[in-house]
Design a protein. Structure first.
Length: 203
């Protein structure tokens, strides 16, 4: 793409590194920023700077948070005895949007995928295991993607959790199509999958 300004070209190249953003869309965004007011531009840049410098991972569930504990983990209205294990933060938001779940979460930060170089130690599985006795957890819901990698991770975690004989281990009902990520499921289907969860050993 031939552009009249090297500065504009550099900005377009950086914006185009974002997921799902092509060069044409990046150019449109860059031109919008050029034409925005100084105050709007400063607010935009400031928000991005704070996104990097002021956000943290929750020390308990590893979701994004402004504080040491995220609002879900620190809420007295949540069921502190249930943990829903998800791949990423988008899936926390997807489940929250259903309004059908009132427990806590644990964000793994991915799933076991040797082809992508993601192993057990790259995920927060050990932190999940350590939470169970400390929080006296009664149920763990495995809500990982219905993919080969997701199923592999589910099986591994299930085996690790077997050391807690009184712990209930369940998984979301298979209303989610095989191969789908939870973040793309409609809220009704996802909500029913959470409500109608089944014992993991029954799948």
């Amino acid at each position: 793409m031939l552009l009249p300004s090297k500065i504009l070209e550099n900005a377009v190249d950086e914006i185009a590194t974002l997921p799902g953003v092509g060069k044409r869309s990046a150019l449109r965004y860059a031109l919008h920023l050029i034409n925005s007011s100084d105050s709007d531009f400063a607010a935009f840049i400031g928000a991005l700077a704070r996104l990097k410098s002021d956000t943290h991972y929750c020390s308990r569930c590893h979701c994004i948070s402004d504080n040491t504990l995220c609002p879900i983990c620190s809420s007295p209205k949540r069921n502190q005895k249930i943990i829903c294990v998800v791949e990423n933060i988008q899936e926390v938001m997807a489940i929250e949007n259903t309004g059908q779940y009132t427990g806590l979460y644990h964000v793994l930060g991915g799933v076991i995928s040797p082809l992508d170089g993601i192993g057990i130690n790259d995920l927060t599985i050990s932190q999940l295991i350590s939470r169970i006795p400390v929080e006296q957890t009664e149920e763990v819901i495995l809500a990982l993607p219905t993919t080969m990698e997701g199923d592999t991770t589910n099986i591994y975690i299930n085996r690790q959790l077997k050391q807690f004989p009184n712990l209930k281990i369940s998984t979301i009902a298979r209303g989610i199509a095989i191969g789908d990520n939870l973040e793309y499921a409609d809220e009704i289907t996802l909500g029913r999958s959470i409500v109608n969860r089944i014992p993991f050993d029954k799948i």
